[in-house]
Design a protein around this ligand. Sequence first.
Ligand code: RIB
Ligand code: CA
Length: 311
Amino acid sequence: MSTIPVIVDCDPGHDDVVALWLALGNPTIDVRGVTTVGGNVPLPLTTMNARVALTVAGVNDVPIAAGASGPLERELETAEWIHGENGLGGPELPTPTMTLDERSAQQLMVDVIEASTEPIAIVATGPITNVAILLRDRPDLMSRIREVVWMGGSTERGNATPYAEFNALVDPEALALVLESGVKFTMVGLNVTHQALLTAEVRERIIAIGNNTSRFSDDLMRFFCDTNETVYGMPDGPLHDPVAVAVLAAPETVEVVHVRLDVETKGTHTAGATSVDLHGLLDREPNAYVAVGLDVDGFWNAVVDAIKTLD
Ligand code: RIB
Ligand code: CA
């Protein structure tokens, strides 16, 4: 089976952890590197949490490097109200066996891309700052980047402000820069990730796997569901980030359309809002693929099958 070489750029975060597990456990994906960004919690914690995610899964041969501590221009906004003070509220966190690569995220990305005989896909599940820096500073590598798939934005309303999804709100300038770069870009927004709900049945399926990763998942999912119920009245927490990985790992489960996508960077009340022209009203060339549908059963089957392959 041919595999897709991937870098996962993330801000763990409960759902980022499951995104990492889906990427690491799916046979179609070959994770060449993990990079971290300040987002859900500050960079030292998202980086520690990425190391924890790989340690829990028994993965020790994928480099992890820390990237941008905050957005290109703005102050970092974090999301402890969903993820807890340490970013992975719920389970007791093991001491990571995964060491931190001494390179920066940008250097790791460059090294992975330059060492690959085929173009690298980047799946970003946090504020897209690291990807923006890579594309800004190394436009010469564009032809060696297969595509960027990002969990963020929405075709509808936001979850961090009424109009902005969290990842887009944290660094809208980075998103604008990535869209401007011309890289093949897929946005997986709340309109789809709100279908990836951690129902009791799904949680039972994951826990029934019975390995170390699934046991760790139990407290992780319970905390995430509790905070999503408290904040949004959604007791079956929407597991956003793995849906972005599914675009590559199980593309048959995610329906996308090719449309014009822009991001608001100036609005007083709308900064971070993603403008998705689903009906061609602006008469502007499509510049992105946007997820509009999810095969929920197929998605969860991919997640469960991936976790089964881990420790
Ligand atoms: O809005 C949801 C996104 O913001 C997810 O990626 C979550 O982990 C947070 O980063
Ligand atoms: Ca995330």
